[in-house]
Design a protein around this ligand. Structure first.
Ligand SMILES: [Zn+2]
Length: 275
């Protein structure tokens, strides 16, 4: 149709009509509704669940319509710029880690790998568990200059430390170490890293890694991730169950194999019953 918003026809060639298509109409309403909701949230106004779409769009704020939405987008852009500057400012601490400036503790990986120098204060700030390890608990003296994380390889430990200093990791390091980092996040109670790993695992979930994700979610007691992985496996049973990885997985995780079998059975039953 001849939409005055998304039509590709130049303005001067268009007939003088102001009709808009259904997509633009719904998009505009949703945008105004979203802006109003943010305004109300900011003002501390409770959201009335009984309010339907039309009455919420026609709330007093909607008279400002797109002007309000545009103002919000500009505010968000300013906020993004400010946050980026703040991140760059805070992230500069990683230079002290990389150049080993004023480091005061050595972190040793397993397999007799070389220790990596770090800062006690940063470790204590990022993890309550590290804080306890570094603190004297009254009966045990605090470690002088070395703590060992035997479950991590040198590369995994280096990635963990890089994340603790920067709050992020390059894609290739995430792909390589996401499972061991997820377990470390759980063990050392680093919630932001747990969330980071979960997002990455969900974003890359496929038939070849679903069993790994299921195994890790079970180790870390991450119920939401576990359900997603289990549902994915059930929906892609043939690809997963006939892979060579499944043989090794089943031997190592008999309890999860039982759960996959049951979930698959329930899925077949529900589909037969048209649920
Ligand atoms: Zn349109």
């Amino acid at each position: 149709m001849d939409c005055s918003i998304c039509s590709t026809m130049p303005f001067i060639l268009r007939p003088p009509r102001n009709a808009i298509c259904a997509d633009c109409y719904e998009g505009a309403r949703s945008l105004i509704k979203f802006t109003n909701k943010l305004d109300n949230d900011k003002a501390g106004v409770g959201v009335d669940k009984s309010t339907n779409t039309s009455s919420s769009v026609s709330s007093p704020n909607s008279s400002k319509g797109f002007a309000n939405a545009l103002k919000l987008v500009k505010e968000m852009k300013d906020m993004e710029d400010e946050l980026n500057e703040k991140l760059a400012f805070l992230g500069s601490f990683v230079t002290s880690f990389r150049h080993q400036i004023h480091t005061d503790i050595q972190i040793k990986p397993g397999n007799n790998g070389p220790p990596i120098p770090a800062h006690r204060a940063l470790l204590a700030a990022r993890s309550e568990i590290f804080k306890n390890i570094l603190d004297s608990d009254g009966c045990k003296a605090p470690p002088n200059d070395l703590i060992t994380l035997p479950e991590l390889t040198y590369e995994e430990l280096d990635s963990l430390l890089e994340f603790l200093y920067t709050g992020t990791l390059p894609k290739e390091k995430v792909e390589k170490h996401v499972y061991s980092l997820s377990v470390a996040a759980d063990k050392y109670d680093i919630k932001f890293l747990q969330k980071f790993c979960e997002h990455r695992m969900l974003g890359s979930l496929n038939s070849s890694n679903a069993l790994d994700v299921l195994e890790i979610s079970d180790v870390c007691s991450n119920q939401g991730l576990k359900e997603t992985a289990l549902n994915f496996i059930v929906r892609n049973m043939e690809d997963v169950v006939f892979s060579a990885r499944f043989d090794v997985f089943a031997l190592k995780n008999p309890h999860l194999t039982v759960q996959i079998t049951r979930a698959s059975f329930m899925d077949i039953k529900n589909r037969r019953n048209g649920v």
